[in-house]
Design a protein around this ligand. Sequence first.
Ligand code: V47
Ligand code: SF4
Length: 372
Amino acid sequence: MKSSCISAELLPENLVSIVEKIENQKRISDKEALFLFENGSVSLLGTLANQIRERLHGNKTYFNKNIHIEPTNICVFDCKFCSYSRLLSKKEEAWEYSEKDMLEILNNAPKDITEVHIVGGVHPKMGLDFFANLIKEIKKLRPDIHVKAFTAVELEYICRKAKVSYKEGLQILKNAGQDSLPGGGAEIFDEEIRKEICEDKCSTAEWLEIHEAAHSLGMPSNATILYGHIEKPKHIINHMSRLRSLQDKTGGFNAFIPLKFRNKNNQMSHLEEASTITDMRMYAIARIYLDNFKHIKAYWPMIGKESAQTLLAFGVNDIDGTIDDTTKIYSMAGAKDQNPKMTTEEIVALIKQVKRQPIERDTLYNTMKDYV
Ligand code: V47
Ligand code: SF4
């Protein structure tokens, strides 16, 4: 085995050639990835993922200063894993911000944030004009801020209601000042599983089409997967395979973010949550398989601070932002942190504790500050 760190004699025979390929920086096939995912030990997966992470980024570990604005939790869809959306029948727990409310949230946010992340439920009355105007006003207030907004699920609905193509809708939002798209709404691309957990929202083909359209307009995006529910390893590899192919075509994805299913207060509460070992395996296989994604992000409000720190040894090189207590998606689904907020000092300490190098970045991974 050329330039290997892993001893071939100690590996089961049928894993040797796959490990050899990875260590020689060759792309592995879907079949090989599935075999490795199902048969490799967590320590083998972690060692390989960490080699790749350190080859790409050394010890650098990125975070940014951002806030989330969640315009509403009213949603026309009914995803079974969602703890957040309120149909009109449960109106007492619903919120619906006006443009003025959202501008006030931004106005009250720390002045040094570089990004505003806008994602919410799909409200029947919040359309393309409303959001284009909101973004224009945000840019008037904070011309330098990066606006990362609207999942493909929201965009599919917004464009359908406005009777415009995805490209036309995105161009209008881009002209208003939207810079990029977050990765939400991908869930699981396998059509059968998708049908079981989120039947009525945008399809896999639509999700991919919207991200491709965004990339063609020069708007980068992220991608997610929702794991740890009823999916099987083959669905995880299939999901990443579709992303790897699109990334080969467009190069428009910045980061891949595995999102762990949380089981409180939703229609899938009977399912147990994935173990920490499963988390480690998920992040590691993502780092190994997605050879054309530069960044693997552990979103700490969802996975927890301690797990995010642990995952820095399993392929992760980004732990998202300071958030400033502005998201409810995960606290409502049972994540440990009920008021997600970390100061810069806390994030820096979390990263330094495991001997990594904290780098404050902007959304596009330009370095803002290096905390050597
Ligand atoms: O698409 C909803 C997930 C996503 C649950 O791009 C759940 O930088 C787990 O995509 N358990 C929205 N997950 C959030 C999102 C995101 C978050 C942070 C950063 C970025 C980025 C994107 O939240 C949804 C869905 O997959 N979600 N309910 C739940 N019970
Ligand atoms: Fe609506 Fe998003 Fe919740 Fe699905 S996950 S019900 S689209 S808010």
